[in-house]
Write a protein that binds this ligand. Structure first.
Ligand code: SF4
Length: 197
């Protein structure tokens, strides 16, 4: 599969990995690599286990997340919590991170330059968390991993390195305004339960 760009071997990514979660956190807090640092209130780094079997990757912080520094704490977060419960995961089974760590103004989609600027942190987080399964919540997370190539919704694929499985499902925010997607999302989850059970 020509998907995933999980190359953890750039010097800065390796340095971050060596420094562990605290170094990643410190560098994110100091980061001015893209214009989003000018308008951010709180950078949003992660929540959940530090040794999960499943990592969810969202898009970018929204208003609530920017105010609190906690990922997925608004309405979309409620949907994600329900999804996690439906998946049967307990607290130590999963972690949640975002593709980029600062809120884009007016919740616009992140620009490619911003995704690329933030990618070192994403790679370091994935390497440190070392999950069995990476769940891409929608297209932005996919864009960060797949360099324009599309995964099919709900079709699990191995990463190039072969040590992790990638799965793309709907972003929880997409379920807020399109409730019919909830059943569709449950089907995607049911089809892939064997990945984490
Ligand atoms: S979005 Fe990422 S790259 Fe941009 S300033 Fe925030 S932490 Fe740095």
């Amino acid at each position: 599969m020509a998907c995933t760009e999980l190359t953890m071997d750039s010097p800065y990514v390796l340095e971050l990995i060596k420094g562990g979660f605290s170094r990643v956190r410190e560098d994110i807090l100091q980061c001015k690599n893209c214009i989003l640092h000018e308008t951010v209130t709180n950078k949003v780094i992660s929540k959940g286990s530090e040794s999960p079997s499943v990592v969810f990757i969202g898009e970018a912080p929204g208003k609530n997340e920017d105010e609190t520094g906690v990922p997925f704490c608004g309405r979309a977060g409620k949907n994600l919590d329900e999804m996690i419960e439906y998946m049967g995961l307990s607290d130590h089974d999963y972690a949640v991170i975002n593709t980029i760590k600062c809120r884009p103004p007016e919740n616009r989609n992140p620009h490619v330059t911003e995704i690329n600027a933030c990618k070192v942190f994403l790679l370091a987080q994935i390497s440190l968390l070392d999950p069995k399964v990476i769940i891409l919540l929608g297209n932005t997370a996919e864009k960060a991993f797949c360099r324009g190539r599309k995964l099919d919704w709900g079709e699990a694929e191995r990463t190039d390195e072969g040590n992790m499985t990638l799965l793309k499902i709907f972003h929880p925010a997409a379920l807020i305004y399109k409730r019919s997607r909830i059943d569709e999302q449950k089907s995607l989850i049911d089809k892939n339960r064997h990945l984490w059970e």
